[in-house]
Design a protein around this ligand. Structure first.
Ligand SMILES: *[C@@H]1O[C@H](CO)[C@@H](O)[C@H](O)[C@H]1NC(C)=O
Length: 322
């Protein structure tokens, strides 16, 4: 059972990140500044954020059980990120959307955005989540505005908005599965407004996206935050090492330190044998060593490979064959 979860996690990592060995921790992903607790890969940032957050082809992504979502902004001051789900409707493009979900174990929760459910089976006053009605009719002005977007025709929406749209899903909430369950609510789509940008009646100027709050969690106590501030101030990137997720400061010179990058005194000398490795061999390719990083698995190899048929042998812990 444990192993199935392991395999699943590994596949998820393989599918969501480049298979070629991760470069050392980076300070940016595309145009986004990536600081603690976020990281650009395994061993970077806080172990609680990997593999939920990864940097993939210069795009920071949040991966959950319902999909992968581009992270378009991060506010470190307010501990908020904004994601833009690809099938979410905006003024420019209205479309049917699949459910949006967050993983319970991840450090993310729904934040303060304005969610409008589109094209629901009327009456929307009967939409119930956890026993309470969820549509706030007093915000129908927002729907009236969004119905001025020419793209509404693509959802076959009638001209009088409040009849079949939930003009502010409030308080926005996920169900027991951690999802905005459009299928259960019988709505075709949704839009989420991260900011009205001082133009409450001009939907073409709104900033669309789903705001999420994040919590640093157990690993990220005052002590780590303090260490991390010093590391970042010295030009380093905060990360963690395999053994017990202990703090590391990844420095520009390509070395890691237990403290900061001001000098080389606390440099960590990498010793291969120190790592609790898992040996995987595929039927057609050479053996790959996978370094197990607590909650994440890094592929310690520069050989790209495809996961067609993986035969696994775990060197420690009793798994022999799959
Ligand atoms: C430094 O730490 C990062 C993140 O844990 C890791 O990817 C990298 O291989 C380490 N570099 C060295 C030289 O040990």
């Amino acid at each position: 059972m444990d192993f199935i979860i392991f395999l699943f996690t590994l596949l998820k990592v393989l599918l969501s990140t480049s298979v070629v060995g991760d470069p050392a921790c980076r300070k940016t992903c595309g145009s986004l500044l990536v600081k603690y607790p976020f990281g650009t890969g395994c061993g970077c940032g806080s172990p609680r954020f990997y593999p939920y957050v990864t940097c993939n082809s210069d795009q920071l992504l949040l991966t959950t059980h319902t999909g992968s979502y581009p992270i378009t902004s991060i506010s470190y001051a307010t501990s908020t990120v904004t994601i833009t789900p690809p099938y979410m409707s905006t003024c420019n493009s209205m479309q049917q959307s699949p459910n949006l979900g967050l993983d319970w174990a991840s450090p993310f929760q729904l934040g303060p955005s304005i969610i409008i459910l589109l094209s629901c089976t009327p009456p929307t006053s009967s939409l119930i989540v956890k026993g309470s009605p969820v549509c706030d009719p007093s915000s129908s002005n927002l729907c009236a505005s969004i119905y001025t977007c020419p793209s509404v025709v693509s959802l076959d929406l009638p001209l009088f908005p409040p009849t079949n749209s939930c003009c502010v899903y409030s308080p926005a909430n996920f169900n027991a599965q951690g999802e905005l369950d459009l299928r259960q609510l019988k709505c075709a789509g949704y839009t989420s407004i991260a900011s009205l940008q001082d133009y409450p009646t001009d939907p073409s100027k709104w900033q669309y996206g789903v705001a999420l709050k994040y919590t640093n969690g157990a690993f990220d106590d005052y002590y780590i935050n303090n260490k991390c501030n010093t590391c970042e101030a010295s030009g380093g990137v905060c990360g963690y090492a395999p053994r017990g997720n202990s703090f590391i400061c990844a420095c520009n010179g390509g070395f890691n330190s237990t403290t900061d990058c001001y000098n080389n005194q606390n440099q960590i000398i990498q010793d291969e044998d120190e790592y609790p490795g898992v040996i995987w061999s595929s039927t057609s390719l050479p053996t790959l060593k996978i370094v197990e990083f607590g909650s994440c698995y890094c592929i310690d190899s520069t050989i790209p490979f495809t996961v067609s048929r993986v035969v696994a042998r775990r060197t420690r812990g009793g798994i022999s064959n799959v």
